[in-house]
Design a protein around this ligand. Structure first.
Ligand SMILES: [Zn+2]
Length: 511
């Protein structure tokens, strides 16, 4: 065991070795500062100083909060004075947070002491070269916030566990696996669920060996009514019927490396559930369901398919969002054999066959449909006089049709006026009435009120219906619009055509 050296002996030895001061600190009133006793700190520092070959000239023990700046602590003040006087070469502390828990004070002190030519050593991180030493910064930060430090320790523990090949935390294991638990009911590792693993192998086989598309695989699985991953784990609210697979689910399985025996553990940021960057994933070896080569081929194929399909994305469809199929579903742009088509979404839905709603509508060539539509539209707007005549005729027809309703409204207005007179009379009579006469007047008043309510309701309905008519201002609005559209139709580019069509809010039904 080392003995405490006498400072005087160091001086008399002509300073062959460096003069070291050990600074140990606890804080009995600061909860965060407990944990390292003064003797244990001193012992670690002595061993460290000995390895440096330094001579310990002083051992300082302080019981004071680390949140107080060093220069304001009784013992810290002494140390600062010795640094200033140049009577020390090395300061050894157990951990950087022993020096200060205040990050600003810590960095300022370290900077000042380093400039004074003093070496600062801590038992855990060694020699501090600069106040900007990132480790120092982190340690200082940790020291300044004990809660975060504890959290960090817990996460480190989890990451270490994950590196050991142990599965950590709750969460649902991937499709094809279930958790094995330790004695404390904590998840320990994965075990293969053979019934699901069989499906996983089938999916990879279809994809890699038979070159099925993801859609086709989803269709095959749906036909077989294989329960989906979500159904098995019971974690999703289902909109579809059971056993209907989506391409996304299939893709998720094809992408997951756990089936090749490597599961990626990751921590989430806070409670937001966002994923950390893949560099922070911890790979864990789990039982493989398929061989690595098959998995690699699947990934390669996936990338290839992605590149191939990109070609179709940016094609322009003039009638995008406006074409409907006779079956009621939308028709969307579809590129096939070098031609653009508008095809029924339901017909191309891979689950259509399973759900037994099949559309027999054929895909329509986009250039034909667009050409016809544009020509018709141009024709319609170019003949301005015919358009005006059409509108006037429609206006007249509507007016004739609405005539009886207009009469009815007039009648109702009259009845309402009568009602009001009746109510007035009734109220006047009631002021002087008593006994049975009053009772009969009250009944009469109820009847008038009921009649009034009925008439008001009917009047509102009629007003609504009549307001739907094609007024003169609406007609002139349409004609104005037609002129604008027509002017925009001279040698239009795609954008102009699209803009004009959009203004019309048309829906084209394809039979
Ligand atoms: Zn259809």
């Amino acid at each position: 065991m080392l003995q405490q050296k006498n400072p005087k002996s160091a001086l008399t030895q002509g300073r062959k070795s460096k003069r070291a001061i050990i600074y140990a600190r606890v804080s009995t009133d600061d909860q965060a500062d407990r944990g390292y006793s003064l003797p244990s700190q001193i012992e670690h520092c002595r061993q460290y100083a000995q390895r440096l070959g330094a001579e310990i000239i002083l051992e300082l023990r302080e019981d004071h909060s680390g949140a107080t700046p060093i220069g304001e602590r009784p013992v810290g003040k002494e140390l600062a004075a010795m640094v200033k006087a140049g009577s020390v070469d090395i300061i050894v502390i157990y951990q950087v947070d022993r020096l200060s828990r205040d990050i600003v004070d810590l960095l300022a002190t370290v900077r000042m002491w380093l400039r004074a030519g003093v070496e600062i050593h801590t038992c855990d991180i060694g020699k501090i070269e600069s106040e900007l030493d990132i480790v120092l910064v982190i340690k200082g930060w940790q020291g300044s916030d004990e809660r975060k430090k504890i959290l960090e320790r817990v996460m480190r523990g989890k990451a270490a566990k994950a590196r050991d090949g142990k599965v950590t935390g709750g969460g649902v294991p991937p499709y094809g696996y279930r958790h094995l638990y330790d004695a404390h009911n904590r998840p320990l590792s994965f075990e293969v669920v053979e019934s699901e693993a069989h499906i996983v192998r089938m999916i990879f086989d279809w994809y890699v060996e038979h070159h099925y598309s993801v859609k086709r695989i989803a269709l095959e699985l749906s036909k077989m009514r294989i329960p989906t991953p979500g159904e098995n784990k019971g974690r999703f609210h289902r909109k579809r019927e059971s056993g209907i697979w989506s391409g996304g689910r299939v893709l998720e399985i094809l992408r997951s490396e756990c089936y090749a025996g490597l599961w990626h553990w990751y921590r989430r940021i806070g409670t937001s559930g966002r994923f950390r960057a893949s560099s922070e994933h911890v790979p864990i070896v789990v039982p493989a369901i398929i061989d690595r080569e098959t998995w690699d081929i699947a990934q390669h194929q996936r990338k290839l398919n992605k590149i191939m399909s990109k070609r179709n994305v940016r094609l322009d469809y003039l009638l995008r969002g406006m074409v409907k199929c006779a079956c009621g579903s939308a028709r969307v742009g579809h590129f096939h054999n070098n031609h653009r088509y508008y095809d029924c979404v339901w017909r191309t839905n891979h689950n259509a066959q399973v759900e037994k709603k099949i559309c027999h509508g054929r895909a329509v060539r986009a250039d034909w449909l667009e050409g016809d539509f544009w020509a018709g539209l141009k024709d319609f707007f170019e003949n301005y006089q015919r358009l005006e005549q059409l509108l006037r005729t429609a206006q007249e027809e509507q007016r004739t049709k609405q005539e009886p309703k207009r009469d009815e409204l007039a009648a109702i207005e009259k009845l309402l006026a009568d009602c009001e007179v009746d109510a007035q009379d009734c109220a006047t009579a009631m002021r002087h009435a008593k006994g049975k006469i009053l009772q009969s007047l009250e009944l009469q008043q109820d009847e008038i009120n009921a009649r009034y309510d009925e008439l008001t309701k009917r009047r509102e309905t009629l007003i609504d219906t009549l307001s739907e008519h094609l007024s003169d201002s609406t007609v002139s609005e349409i004609l104005h619009f037609a002129r604008d559209v027509r002017e925009g139709m001279e040698n239009p580019d795609f954008e102009t055509m699209r803009r004009n069509i959009e203004r019309l809010k048309v829906v084209i039904v394809v039979n």
